[in-house]
Design a protein around this ligand. Structure first.
Ligand SMILES: Nc1ncnc2c1ncn2[C@@H]1O[C@H](COP(=O)(O)OP(=O)(O)OP(=O)(O)O)[C@@H](O)[C@H]1O
Length: 619
C-alpha cells in the first residue's frame, strides 16, 4: 500500500492509540447528530489484507458494502470473519498490510473519526470485576459522553440503556469474575453492548457476540441487536460462526466468507435462492446457516476436485454488489462525540480506582495481617536487641531483613493483578475511552495510597520490639525509608508487569529481579568490595539504598557498650559507636539523603518504564 494513499492514511492509524487521535480531533469537525442524515455506509473494493510475517493474504481482493440494517459476517473458523470486521473497524494488528479501497461515507477515515461514531464489542468481555453494572455504565458515561452532558442527562442515559438491553434488574449486582460470582455470561455481553450504546453509535461492530452463550441467551442477545438495527439509526455488524435458524432469520444481510473470499453477499433471506441457483438447494427443515456451512466447509468425504467444483459453482453465480456510487460520493461525516478533558478523565479514573481498591479490600486486609504477623515475628526474634557487642553483630541482619520483607507482599499483589488490568485498559483505550496517562496516574495514585498502611504498621511494630534507637526523628526516618522501599518494590513489579505483559511472564521475571536486588543489597557484598563489572547491577538495587539508608539512620549516634566478658585482652571495648560499624561495612560512601533521593528517582524511573510499557506495548 502506498504510504501516501488514502487507504494508507486510514490504515496507518490502525492500532494507533486513542489518546493522541481522539484529542487532536478538531472541534471544527464536530456536528450534532442529525437524525435525518445520520446513517453511515462503509464500502470497500479489491481489499486485500496480508499478514506481513507469514506473507499470506487473509482477505483476497474482496469488494462489498455495509449500509443500514443488521449484518452477519459468517463463515467457517479461520475464513477471515474477524479479519474483515477488524479491517472495517480499523483495528487490525500492526503486522497486517492492507491494499485496496476502503471508505466511510465515501471518504477515507481515521481511527479517531470512527471511534466517535461507532462502538466495538470484543469477543472477550473484559470488564471491571469489582464494579456493579450501574457503576460500570456510570463511569463509562462520564468518560465517553460529550463533555457538555450534565449529571442528570448521564444518569438518564445510563437508565435508558440499562432498560434497552434488559439489565435494570441487575443494576446493583457486581460484574464479577471466574473467582467471584457476578452477573451471568449473557448479562456480561449485554453490558458490553450497553457500554457502547451510551454514546448512541451509528455503527456497532461485534466480534462473535454469541460465543460462549447458550442458545436461549444467544437468541435473546441477537434479538436485542436486531431491535437496535431496526431503528435505522444504528447499523449492526457482527461476526458469527454458525447461528441457529432463529438467529439466522433475524439478520437483514449476510456476508459469507470462505478462505478469505466472499462467497455470498446480499439480503440474508435471498441466500437460500443463491445456493439453490448454484446447485446446492437447502433440504427441507434444515437450518440455512448449517446448510451454507456444509456446502462451503470441506468435510472428510470431499475430494479436492469436488471442493474446487463447489467453489467454482458458487463463484459463477456470485456477483459483488456495486459499490462505486458509495466510494465516489462523499457524504459529510457526522461526529457527535467530543472528548472528555484530561483532568476530568483523571478524576473519574481516580474515583473508579479508589472504589475498586476498596472493593478489593479483603486482599489489603490479608496483606496488613501478614505484615503485622511478620513484624511481630521479626520483632520477637530480635527482641530488645540492646547496645552490647552482640547487638553490633545482630543489628545489620535485622535491618537488612526488614528491607527484604517490605515490598515483597506489595510486589506480589501488583504482579498478579496488573496484567489483567492492563488488558482491560487496552480494551477501554481501543474504544477511545481515555488517555493512557490519565489512567496510569489515577491507578498509580490509588494503588500507592492503598499500600501505605503496610510499611507504616510494619515500622511501628518492628521498631519498638527490636528496640532501635529511641528517638522520634530516627523512628520517622526509618518509617519513611520503609515506605520508599515498599513503593520501590511495587514500582519495580509494575515495570516488570508492563514489559512482560502477561502474568505468567511477569511471575517468571520478577523473582529474578528481586533476587538481584537482594544479592546486590549491600548486605552480602559490601558496596566497597564489589567488583567493578557488577557496579551497574548494584546501582539497580532498591534494597541497597533502603538498607544503607536505615543503617546510617540507626548506626549514626549509636553508643555501644561491653559486658565484662566482651572486653578484649587489653581491657577495651572493641566497638563503642555505630559509626565504627558504618566504616567497617563501607557504608560511609553515601549519605542518608542521597539514599532517599536515589530511591525516589528509582520509583519515578520504574513508573515511567511501566507507563511506556502500558502506552506502547499493546498486545
Ligand atoms: N495477526 C495474524 N497473523 C497471522 N495470521 C493471522 C493473524 N490473525 C489471523 N490470522 C489468520 O488469518 C485467518 C483468518 O483469521 P480470522 O480470525 O479472521 O478468522 P475467523 O473466521 O474470524 O476465525 P474464528 O471463527 O475461528 O475466529 C486464520 O487462518 C488465522 O490464523
Amino acid at each position: 500500500m502506498a504510504p501516501g494513499s488514502p487507504l494508507g492514511r486510514a490504515a496507518s492509524s490502525l492500532g494507533r492509540d486513542s489518546d493522541s487521535d481522539s484529542v487532536k480531533e478538531g472541534h471544527a469537525h464536530n456536528q450534532r447528530v442529525d437524525d435525518h442524515d445520520a446513517t453511515v455506509n462503509v464500502a470497500w473494493k479489491d481489499l486485500t489484507v496480508t499478514a506481513t510475517r507469514i506473507k499470506r493474504p487473509l482477505l483476497n481482493s474482496v469488494t462489498g458494502k455495509i449500509t443500514t440494517g443488521y449484518y452477519a459476517i459468517m463463515g467457517p473458523s479461520g475464513s477471515g470473519k474477524s479479519t474483515l470486521l477488524n479491517t472495517l473497524a480499523l483495528r487490525l494488528d500492526r503486522n497486517m498490510s492492507v491494499s485496496g479501497e476502503l471508505k466511510l461515507n465515501g471518504q477515507d477515515y481515521s481511527n479517531a473519526e470512527l471511534k466517535k461514531i461507532s462502538g466495538y464489542v470484543m469477543q472477550d468481555d473484559l470488564l471491571n470485576a469489582h464494579l456493579t453494572v450501574e457503576e460500570t455504565l456510570g463511569y463509562t458515561a462520564e468518560l465517553r459522553m460529550p463533555r457538555t452532558t450534565t449529571v442528570e442527562e448521564r444518569r438518564a442515559r445510563v437508565k435508558e440503556v440499562m432498560e434497552q438491553v434488559g439489565l435494570t434488574h441487575v443494576s446493583a449486582v457486581i460484574v464479577g469474575s471466574p473467582l467471584r460470582k457476578g452477573i451471568s455470561g449473557g448479562e456480561r455481553k449485554r453490558l458490553c453492548v450497553a457500554m457502547e450504546l451510551l454514546t448512541k453509535p451509528l455503527l456497532l461492530f461485534l466480534d462473535e457476540p454469541t460465543s460462549g452463550l447458550d442458545s436461549v441467551t444467544a437468541l435473546s442477545l441477537c434479538k436485542l441487536l436486531k431491535r437496535l438495527a431496526t431503528g435505522r439509526t444504528c447499523t449492526v455488524v457482527c461476526t458469527i460462526h454458525q447461528p441457529q435458524a432463529k438467529i439466522f432469520n433475524l439478520f437483514d444481510h449476510l456476508l459469507l466468507l470462505n478462505r478469505g473470499t466472499i462467497m455470498y453477499q446480499g439480503p440474508a433471506p435471498q441466500a437460500l435462492g443463491f445456493f439453490d441457483r448454484s446447485g446446492f438447494p437447502c433440504p427441507l427443515h434444515e437450518n440455512p446457516a448449517d446448510h451454507f456451512m456444509d456446502v462451503i466447509t470441506p468435510n472428510m468425504n470431499d475430494s479436492v476436485e469436488s471442493l474446487v467444483e463447489k467453489e467454482a459453482k458458487l463463484k459463477e453465480h456470485y456477483q459483488a454488489p456495486p459499490v462505486e456510487h458509495l466510494l465516489g460520493t462523499p457524504k459529510p461525516l457526522v461526529l457527535p462525540r467530543d472528548s472528555t478533558p484530561w483532568h476530568k478523565q483523571f478524576r473519574v479514573l481516580l474515583r473508579r480506582s479508589i472504589k475498586e481498591t476498596w472493593r478489593k479490600r479483603d486482599t489489603t486486609y490479608v496483606l496488613l495481617i501478614q505484615t503485622a504477623l511478620m513484624a511481630v515475628l521479626i520483632g520477637t526474634v530480635f527482641l530488645r536487641i540492646g547496645t552490647d557487642q552482640k547487638s553490633a553483630v545482630r543489628r545489620n541482619p535485622v535491618l537488612f531483613f526488614t528491607v527484604i520483607n517490605q515490598g515483597m507482599f506489595g510486589a506480589l499483589i501488583v504482579i498478579n493483578s496488573f496484567p489483567s488490568e492492563r488488558m482491560l485498559s487496552l480494551r477501554e483505550r481501543a474504544a477511545g475511552t481515555y488517555h493512557v496517562s490519565a489512567y496510569y496516574l489515577a491507578k498509580s495514585v490509588a494503588e500507592t495510597v492503598s499500600q501505605l498502611p503496610a510499611p507504616i504498621i510494619f515500622s511501628c511494630i518492628v521498631y519498638f520490639l527490636v528496640g532501635f534507637q529511641p528517638d522520634a526523628s530516627k523512628f520517622f526516618i526509618y518509617m519513611g525509608f520503609m515506605v520508599l522501599c515498599s513503593t520501590a518494590a511495587t514500582s519495580l513489579a509494575l515495570a516488570v508487569s508492563a514489559i512482560a505483559r502477561t502474568t505468567d511472564m511477569a511471575v517468571t521475571i520478577l523473582p529474578m529481579a528481586l533476587e538481584i536486588c537482594r544479592l546486590f543489597g549491600g548486605f552480602f557484598l559490601s558496596p566497597a568490595n564489589l567488583p567493578n563489572y557488577f557496579k551497574w547491577l548494584d546501582a539497580l538495587s532498591y534494597v541497597k539504598y533502603s538498607y544503607i539508608g536505615i543503617s546510617l539512620n540507626e548506626l549514626t549516634g549509636l553508643k555501644l557498650h561491653c559486658t565484662p566478658a566482651q572486653l578484649n585482652a587489653a581491657g577495651k571495648c572493641p566497638i563503642t559507636s555505630g559509626e565504627q560499624t558504618i566504616k567497617s561495612l563501607g557504608l560511609d560512601y553515601i549519605s542518608m539523603n542521597d539514599c532517599a533521593g536515589i530511591l525516589i528517582s528509582y520509583i519515578i524511573i520504574c513508573r515511567i518504564i511501566a507507563y511506556l510499557g502500558v502506552r506502547f506495548l499493546k498486545n
